[in-house]
Design a protein around this ligand. Structure first.
Ligand code: MOS
Length: 725
């Protein structure tokens, strides 16, 4: 029994009618105990009899060709089983939803740190020693490591609507400012790892990936085998943030070696590998122009940027994604330049686009508010457009104004003073605000739900849980729909043999996979209604009982064989008919030390509106995660590239500074009640990346409010602040 839904029109809000009362409640993650006791097995912890271990060896030039290596010497080392290079090895991971093999460069080297070879041995120690002894000879060629001076720059003409130049000339107030953001690393806690084992022509991989249905095709295409022969297990993923959207070099390397050796082979990345050979977020150079009338209403808006990537990669950081729809203004212009560089591949890193594009936009809005002497919250409220300023379509649910107003109220925004006004000893105190916005969409997703005669249910889909709470929310949706307590529902995820879900990416996982579970459960509800001879609408399922026409029947009595529902969601017309996004407002209070330039974030509040909240706890945690990323983005995170060869210099967590506990104050997350009827049949939108979108600007705007220093080159490190004080 399949229920297929194309999201062409709003659906009834059934989840507001069901009576189990588990949905939206702050239930803890069911797999939490397994994780904190070490019983949840991550890819690198899976072992197999006779398993060999491989390490990846990275290029030490930025461009050129491999001409040879001392393979025979290395093969003679203790425990060494083989060295593979070239051939089907990957240059870099697949971009998200690529569904096909990434570049397989053979002997060509395109960036410093590219995986060149896999060395396989009996033990990890033997493999690592051999990998370190592998000497690679190169024929170097000219490298372009610097996006500012790169010889090849492609220009993507964005929109040119109206006449921005004229709007700037005639504006009562205008801002024309340049900003830069450095590269970022996703830096997931769990390094990428894969264990590959063949049975004849069939390949099984235990790995750490976000989107299994695409990953199967990417791995199969990389190896030149049919996708039916590939199965991927990824039941637990220790963070991805985009770096695990696509199949990555370790999976292909392990598969090649395993096939040749006839043994299972595990390849886990070292932390330096993760930095150098998975995805980085491109650095950006941005110019924002704002033109406003005397009332502060925007008449023009320009957002231009330069980003970079390797030759041949289709991905370009979508810097202006939220600029398209967040604020009004008739005259609009966007141009993007993509510099082709010999640097680690650029790809999706959490909230691609908004995470850095909104820093510039929300700083510029702060500069405009300052120039006009209006409250920055007020300025944003004045610029919320009625319809999409470019396409003219209406918005789906959009509680931006509520987030700004309610957030300001709860944060105590009215206490904000002028720059330099609030002081505690040598600390200057300031407050900042930024809007949050993140484009919303759903992806095709399937799930199977089985209701058993013993009153338990099983949810099965290849959906992943990358630390977000998929196990929790998918179980909650099934329990709510089937009227079961949570402990009667089991959720199995992360096996590509199960129905193909959206996967985890783009913040679309919860609404997409959640809707497929909802549809599957709807099918079971319909069958129960048929059995009870009542209309679907007259059926109530609660605590293991079905109630219809004042008759109450236990599900265990009603069902004598498993009932299986299959749910299949596809995006449809509402994706085009309405502009969909999650919205929010970030507030921060910082203290800037006028002697050292040090910035401490003292408190933060973010208000979010994301349609139906599926689990208050996991949604709040997603908010926390985004806000913490925002602290890193604003103050510390920065990939440093050696100007000579583009190599990432700070390629570990000691040198790439993500926020630590002491950097993170109490974080307050407000979830605004909302339903988005156009977003999905469960009226839910994405939340994960929204938390990061704009938040860093609330911190840099607070720095300005504290001490009058405008940092336009991220991150706002003490040296930049001191120099300007
Ligand atoms: Mo996300 S950057 O699509 O994991």
């Amino acid at each position: 029994m399949t229920r297929h839904l194309r999201m062409d029109e709003p659906q009834a809000r059934l989840l507001d009618e069901t009576g189990q009362g588990v949905l939206s409640t702050p239930l803890p993650r069911p797999e939490g105990p397994l994780k904190v006791t070490g019983r949840a097995r991550y890819a690198a912890e899976v072992t197999m009899p006779d398993m060999a271990v491989g390490v990846l060896v990275r290029a030490t030039i930025p461009a050129g060709r491999v001409t040879g290596m001392n393979t025979s010497e290395v093969m003679a080392m203790p425990g060494v089983l083989g060295v593979w290079h070239g051939g089907k090895m990957l240059r870099n991971p697949a971009q998200g939803t690529a569904n096909a093999a990434p570049v397989q460069p053979g002997d060509e080297v395109a960036y410093y740190g590219q995986p060149i070879a896999v060395v396989v041995a009996e033990t990890f120690e033997d493999a690592r020693a051999a990998g370190q002894a592998l000497e690679i000879a190169y024929a170097p060629s000219n490298a372009e490591p610097d996006p500012d001076t790169a010889a090849t720059v492609e220009t993507a003409e964005g929109l040119d609507q109206g006449d921005l130049e004229a709007a700037m000339d005639s504006a009562a107030y205008s801002i024309d400012a340049a900003y830069t953001t450095p590269g970022h690393s996703s830096a997931p806690m769990e390094p990428h790892a894969a264990l590959a084992a063949w049975e004849g022509d069939n390949l099984v991989v235990h790995g750490s990936y976000q989107m299994l249905k695409y990953n199967v095709n990417e791995l199969a295409d990389s190896l030149g085998i049919p996708p039916e022969n590939v199965r991927i297990h990824a039941p637990y993923v220790g963070g991805g943030f985009g770096s695990k959207l696509g199949i990555a070099p370790e999976a292909v390397a392990a598969s090649i070696a395993s096939k040749e050796l006839g043994r299972p082979v595990r390849v886990a990345m070292a932390r330096q590998d993760v930095f150098e050979m998975t995805m980085r977020r491109s650095e950006t150079r941005q110019r924002v122009r704002l033109a406003a009338g005397v009332d502060g209403v925007l008449t023009g808006l320009g957002h231009e940027d330069r980003v970079s990537n390797l030759p041949g990669e289709s991905f370009a950081e979508p810097t202006v994604q939220a600029t398209h729809f967040l604020y009004g203004g008739e005259n609009r212009r966007y141009v993007q330049e993509i510099a082709r560089v010999n640097r680690t591949c650029a790809g999706s890193v959490r909230a691609p686009g908004e995470a850095v594009g909104m820093l510039a936009l929300e700083n510029a809005m702060d500069e405009l508010a300052e120039a006009m002497h209006v409250d920055p919250v007020d300025l944003r409220l004045r610029n919320i457009p009625d319809t999409h300023p470019e396409s003219g379509v209406p918005y789906s649910a959009r509680s931006l104004a509520e987030c700004l107003r309610d957030g300001a109220e709860r944060f105590g925004w009215s206490e904000r003073g002028l720059p330099g006004e609030r002081r505690e000893g040598e600390w200057l105190i300031g407050m900042g605000v930024a809007s949050a916005a993140r484009a919303n969409f759903i992806m095709e997703s399937e799930a199977r739900v089985t209701l058993n005669p013993d009153g338990t249910a099983l949810v099965e889909t290849d959906m992943t849980d990358i630390g977000t709470g998929s196990y929790a929310i998918l179980g909650q949706i099934a329990a709510e729909m089937l009227g079961l307590p949570m402990d009667k529902v089991k959720v199995d995820l992360g096996d590509s043999a199960m129905p193909p879900a959206s996967g985890s990416g783009g913040s679309f996982g919860a609404a997409s996979a959640g809707s497929s579970v909802y549809l599957a459960a709807q099918e079971i509800r319909a069958e129960i209604a048929r059995k009870l001879d009542c209309a679907d609408d007259d059926l109530t399922l609660r605590d293991g009982n079905a109630v219809a026409d004042n008759r109450k029947t236990a599900l265990t009595e009603l069902i004598d064989a498993p009932m299986v529902g299959h749910g299949h969601l596809e995006p449809g017309k509402t994706a085009e008919s309405h502009s969909q996004a999650g919205y929010g407002a970030h507030f921060s209070e910082v203290a800037v030390n006028e002697v050292t330039g040090e910035v401490r974030v003292r408190r933060m509040l973010s208000a979010f509106a994301v349609g139906r909240v599926l689990n208050q706890r996991t949604a709040t945690s997603q908010g926390h995660g985004g806000m913490i990323w925002g602290i890193g983005t604003a103050l510390t995170e920065e990939l440093q590239h050696d100007p000579r060869d583009g190599r990432i210099v700070n390629r570990d967590l000691a040198e790439y500074h993500v926020p630590v506990n002491l950097d993170v104050p109490d974080l307050d997350v407000m979830l605004i009640e909302e339903r988005d009827d156009e977003s999905s049949p469960i009226q839910a939108k994405g939340i994960g990346e929204l938390g990061l979108s704009g938040v860093g600007a609330a911190i840099t705007n607070a720095i300005y409010n504290a001490c009058g220093v405008r940092v336009r080159d991220y991150p706002a490190t003490p040296d930049k602040i001191l120099a300007a004080l």
